[in-house]
Design a binder for this molecule. Structure first.
Ligand SMILES: C[S@@+](CC[C@H](N)C(=O)[O-])C[C@H]1O[C@@H](n2cnc3c(N)ncnc32)[C@H](O)[C@@H]1O
Length: 272
């Protein structure tokens, strides 16, 4: 028996549009072979004889929710590392969070596509450096349960620490691995949240800052626009959205005001 199921252009079209509808991820026709490679083993494992049957299951079967989660694990790109684009995080802590705490507030920050956790743990270490770790509520989420399991375990290889000065109070060496301190990991409320799920996002409450970096690059503009307007609604007046250095919202005409602070870009929600 063949180890892959064929995927016709027609079935690719409906399957990729279902994936975009449910997960946001956009796959152009160039990715047909990649989708076969990733999804055909799953379809075979579940006993389907064609990708069309697998598609019908995903679209119409109540039991398909778990399979969509597995697809999210298989299709998402989880590349990240400690202190990636760190200036932006540092400026957020020093210019924004520190002054909110100094003014008697308890800021809330949501890291909305945290992958395996290096980004929120980096933020936690920057807060810790300034004695602010216990004064800020941190929520970190991703759609991929597999990535979140790594984050909760906190065990990382050499690639994850390539830009990070590994101080033992934050990352301890354990053989070939680096283990993030339980104090940092436990300061973060880890959740599985799909950025397309408006109900799940509004249930998280309001945030002073949302970090959503290098995730919307996998979305088409319509999806990014919908996600950005949900993130806008999840911010307090004057709240900040942080996106990746290679991303821009300017062409989408969002309700945010783009600001530069000490070399880092932020999207600020208006105060009205
Ligand atoms: C390249 S990683 C970026 C990680 C980190 N923010 C950074 O900049 O280093 C992109 C992350 O977005 C997540 N993602 C993709 N689609 C998502 C969705 N619909 N909802 C939530 N997370 C999603 C992926 O699972 C992946 O972990």
């Amino acid at each position: 028996m063949s180890s892959t199921l064929p995927l016709s252009p027609q079935v690719f079209a409906i399957l990729s549009s279902l994936i975009e509808e449910r997960l946001g991820l956009f796959f152009s026709a160039d990715y047909r072979a990649a989708l076969v490679e990733k999804l055909s083993p799953r379809a075979l494992e579940l006993g389907f004889e064609s990708m069309l049957d697998y598609y019908y299951f995903l679209r119409y079967d109540q039991a398909a929710t778990a399979e969509l989660l597995a697809i999210a694990d298989a299709l998402t790109v989880n590349e990240t590392y400690f202190h990636r684009e760190v200036t932006q995080l540092r400026v957020l802590v020093e210019d924004r969070l520190a002054s909110l705490v100094a003014g008697g507030g308890r800021p809330r920050v949501w890291c909305a596509a945290c992958s395996t956790g290096e980004e929120p743990i980096s933020l936690a270490s920057l807060l810790d450096e300034r004695g602010l770790l216990g004064s800020v509520d941190l929520v970190a989420s991703d759609i991929s349960e597999r990535a979140l399991q790594v984050a909760r375990r906190g065990q990382y290889g050499a690639r994850a620490v390539r830009a990070f000065e590994t101080l033992p109070q934050w990352l301890r060496r354990d053989g070939d691995f680096h283990v993030a301190s339980a104090r940092l990991r436990e300061s973060i409320d880890w959740r599985r949240v799909n950025l397309l799920d408006a109900t799940a996002i509004s249930a998280l409450g309001l945030f002073d800052a949302i970090i959503c970096r290098n995730a919307m690059i996998y979305f088409r503009d319509e999806t990014t626009q919908a996600v950005v307007s949900r993130l806008h609604a999840a911010l307090v007046p004057d709240g900040y959205l942080l996106i990746g250095a290679s991303e821009s919202l300017l062409r989408l005409g969002t309700a945010f005001v783009c600001e530069e602070r000490r070399g880092a870009f932020f999207y600020r929600k208006g105060s009205a």
